[in-house]
Design a protein around this ligand. Structure first.
Ligand code: G6P
Length: 442
């Protein structure tokens, strides 16, 4: 039977995540056009308790909605994979404790401490890439027809590692930032989000919106000052403190930078803020640990049958929308346009063909196909993209081969690391403090 004619089997690796109820909420909403007969939630031994709590809540959610979906759990992904139509990865190697270490190590050396950007994202990539490639090995053997939909951060870099080293597993990287921006623009313009189209140019967590079309008209030039208006709030995921762009910056770029670009364009301010926050409330991972505690207390309650509003304290708003729009378009061959992380080919000719980029794609049964960008990419944008993409390439080599020199050069190149000497000290601490998760460097 054709994939588009039958209900799907979906496997979520990292299924015990506190985000999973958001995904289940989406599965319920999309049930008509994306029927899922089996949802497998996979986790590791350390996540067993959370996995069962989340699965029980998911069962209550689908029962309440009257949606027939069998929700299964396992600690062995090989048990879950056979017959899967799609595999969603949303795992965190070393759990939130490792993320807190990443953020603290960077701050200790005078650098921004962030989950995906700079030294923190680098450390997370070293831990994550080998695990994702093991998942690819299992998928090739047990689920050769399945798509890998990767949310695992740093999502673009991890997706590129799969494109380069995953042995042909079809993979697409997803992120909630483009949709968050589109929703915010629709709110600013007071129009339906479906009436707004944006052109995204860049890589994950380092992209610029270079056009905004409303009913086919590009209104970006008029939008720039409104976008930077301090009276307007929103468009920034919950994990990034509220800020406002300098309108002159947006006019000079002739584009809207994604929120993560604040770490580059306002690195000094961000570092100051992070230092202040460190003594007041800890790093973002430490804040998230407290949010998680509260969330799991709620999830345990037998009377809870839907995604609780408290989940919006996490940064992943709309994440299920992104995943489900993608899967729905693939299953039903919609041929609609979505912003995704895919192989460059020749779309951004100043980046390697094998690089993973974040751009608009047409999505159908064949998966996502990137479409040409309509704007000339200015040197102001191109320069940063080339540097960070080269950093990502070196990081992937380091993560795959355990190559110390590539690792050092990656950090040295990163714009948020001030010198080769600091890069070396960062690397020493990362390799020492995360040694159990970095067997490739032994
Ligand atoms: C944003 C990013 C995600 C990231 C999340 C972190 O939404 O796009 O890639 O995972 O924030 O949120 P958290 O609540 O974990 O700090």
């Amino acid at each position: 039977m054709d994939k588009g004619d039958r209900a799907w089997k979906l496997v979520v690796i990292g299924g015990g995540s506190s985000y999973t109820p958001e995904l289940v909420d989406g599965l319920v909403r999309y049930h008509e056009s994306l029927p899922v007969r089996e949802l497998w939630l996979v986790d590791i031994e350390a996540g067993r308790e959370k996995l069962e709590i989340v699965a029980d809540l998911a069962r209550r959610m689908v029962t309440k909605a009257g949606v027939p979906m069998d929700i299964r759990t396992t600690l062995d992904r090989r048990e879950a994979l056979p017959g899967a139509d799609a595999v969603i990865t949303q795992l965190r190697v070393g759990l939130l404790e490792a993320r807190a270490k990443d953020e603290r190590i960077a701050l200790r050396h005078g650098c921004i401490g962030q989950e995906t950007t700079g030294a923190g994202g680098f450390a997370k990539a070293l831990r994550t890439v080998p695990v994702i490639l093991e998942i690819c090995r299992d998928m090739r053997e047990l689920a050769p027809d399945a798509w890998l939909v990767n949310f695992t951060n740093p999502a673009g870099l991890v997706t590129e590692a799969v494109l380069r080293y995953g042995g042909g597993v079809p993979c697409v990287g997803v992120c909630n930032l483009p949709i968050t921006t589109r929703m915010f623009i629709a709110r600013l313009l007071n129009v339906d989000p479906d009436a707004v189209e944006i052109e995204v140019v860049g890589i994950n967590h380092l992209h610029w919106v270079t056009r905004v079309w409303v009913e086919g008209q590009d209104i970006l030039p008029d939008l720039l000052s409104r976008y930077a208006d301090p009276q307007q709030r929103g468009g920034i995921p919950a994990n990034i403190p509220e800020f406002h762009w300098d309108p002159d910056l947006l006019r000079s770029l002739r584009a809207i930078p994604c929120s993560y670009l604040r770490y580059y364009y306002a690195a000094d301010e961000v570092l100051e803020e992070q230092r202040r926050a460190l003594s007041a409330e800890g790093t973002r991972a430490e804040v998230v640990m407290r949010v998680e505690k509260e969330l799991f207390e709620l999830y345990r309650r037998p009377d809870l049958r839907e995604k609780p509003p408290q989940l919006s304290a996490r940064g992943g708003a709309y994440y299920s929308e992104v995943a489900l729009q993608l899967l729905e378009a693939m299953r039903n061959h919609r041929l609609n346009i979505q912003t995704l992380n895919v192989r460059n080919g020749g779309i951004l000719p100043f980046l390697p063909a094998d690089a993973c980029i974040e751009v608009n794609c047409v999505v159908g049964r064949m998966g996502p196909r990137p479409i040409p960008v309509t704007t000339e990419v200015s040197p102001a944008i191109r320069g940063l993209l080339q540097t960070v993409k080269a950093y990502e390439e070196l990081t992937i080599e380091a993560a795959v081969h355990g190559d110390w020199q590539s690792a050092w050069m990656a950090l040295t190149l990163h714009p948020l690391v001030p010198s080769a000497a600091v890069a070396k000290r960062l690397l020493d601490d990362i390799l020492r403090e995360h040694a159990p998760y970095l067997p490739q460097f032994r």
